[in-house]
Design a protein around this ligand. Sequence first.
Ligand code: GCW
Length: 683
Amino acid sequence: TIETGLDGWLRYAALSPALSNAQQRYSSIIVLDTDETSPVYTAAKELQDGLKRILGQDIEFHFQLTGGSSSSIVVGTLESFSSAGGNTKDIPELKEDGFWLNTHADNNCVHIVGQNERGAIYGAFEYLMRLAQGNFDPVASASNPSAPIRWVNQWDNLDGSIERGYAGPSIFFKDGEVVKDMTRIAQLARLLSSVRINAVVVNNVNANPKLFSESNLDGLHRIANAMRPWGVRIGISLYFDSPKEFGGLPTSDPLDPAVNDWWNDITAKVYRKVPDLVGYTIKANSEGQPGPLTYNRTLADGANMFARALKPHGDGVVMYRAFVYNHHLDESVWKHDRANAAVDYFKDLDGKFDDNVIVQIKWGPIDFQVREPPSPLLANLRKTKAAIEFQVAQEYLGQQSHFVYMAPLWREILDFDMRIDGRSSHIRDIVSGERLGWNRSGYTTVLNIGSDSTWIGHHLSMSNLYAYGRIAWDPLSDPVSVIQEWTRLTFGLDKTIVDIIAKISMESWPTYENYSGNLGVQTLCDIIYTHYGPSPGSQDGNGWGQWTRANAHSIGMDRTVATGSGNSGQYPAEVAARYENIETTPDNLLLWFHHVPYTHRLKSGKTVIQHFYDAHYEGAAHAQTFPLEWAKLKGLIDDYRFEQVAFKLQYQAGHSIVWRDSVNYFYFAKCAFWLQGCLCYTR
Ligand code: GCW
């Protein structure tokens, strides 16, 4: 059979006889739930299927735990396990979604016990994924999530297109409607569940109110039903002006009682179809979207309106996006700075949001660039809870035509210490809720799964989805171990495969940064529309505010308090001081925070312009090694995926040269005359 990629990392490839014979034979799977739609039942079916594929064992189901059950795999929730007489005394405290896995329980049994149903399925996947890697080491331990919110956001449009999607049409929508066939949706839920992602927001944040049509509400019901057995809940993105444009009201003013009634009614309708809706995601007053500011109300007024509509129905939350900024900024004003927007808009509203509102903050102040400092808003909300937004979609990182493994980038952000009030404040501890005592916060990511059999457009890019799940669960997950695990599960256990894929992956981000945009200048791609391919000239001279302020002599955004936009001052004191001072700003963020002559010397001793030239040559040269490394895997993995990845890496190698030459020529042309002048002068 052809390995299409559809199973992702859940291939459950058969272990070699030497390995599988070393493993014990199981007598039965004991599932402590008879409801066939429950994640516990799904977990048991997954165990049955997985053990057949990995170990070649045919194992039957039973529903009762009896004293004599030996060599069984028992799967249940803490509640069902203890009421069936299971021994819970060794199980430490489990948090929501956590699980206990004991592979050497009494009578040669394996115990998989979830704090809830999701925990049970997570535990089952954990066990299967260990076996699939040939790992039979005994384990008796609990695993708990760092944060309760571990979501993904699809940017799917009702017409079936996907904003920033690079893997074919939507699996959720087609021609204005939810699709009929739920096969791919259930398959996606399986993949998400295996990496402990607990919710999907199914439609684009640039939302369409026609999502509320009767047939689409029925469609949401079908999607939720298809995903629920895997423990994955759904949420939806809302269009702020729906009352006006869909409901026929004269206004969408969040303080208008008729508008509130409208949202309350529609929310009740949604809950009738999706009783476990996880919540709403809101993009408002952002990039032309209407929002509360349109009606002279505060962002909190807007968010709270949705929060109150959700409140009577359960634990649903409003994920209110902090991506609010003016996209008609005037670059001629030195102090204008899009990076200031999130703090400017949200800081003073801290504490004014209802308890079930979470502010969803992109990890950097601008927009998923190849390098940014962390968003200062992550250190400016105390009482209002937050979630960090990552982007598995490689919008600015080569759009799945290039491969960039993002776990190291995410770790760098999560490991960053904001020093709130002069105390240790790693971003991972802020978003987990620990640092500021929040009870509901966490992670989300933009995801651009499509109907392509690779799911995401590039087999290797699926590692980013896997890594996202791992990191949201445990932000201390090691990017190298994560890619190694993913590789074993996705391509095979052979050490050469694991070493080569880990090597390419770990080198991919620095390489891309070198040939796309270094020193914190951002990804020098086309800014106006595609966000793909080199176009350094497009950064400036428009209202989007992703500027470099490059002229013939100098380059970079002056974000200092002393002479610039004051952005460095949005960080807590210690961090602010570090970025305010050019000496203590790391070179990789130099042009993010400072405007300097091209002849400015870096800590390496090189000038900025020389670094640009050299880095682009080094980056492009390094990208040439990827297809060569990959070629060593011929015959070690299946031909189908081998060829597809080989093609992509070859393309990337070629395109990196286009990047190199476009960027270098652009800056050479921009400053060559001036530089020549400098040289003559110094001579
Ligand atoms: O990065 C920009 C994207 C838009 C996107 C927006 C957002 C969904 O280019 O395509 O719109 O961010 O995050 O809202």
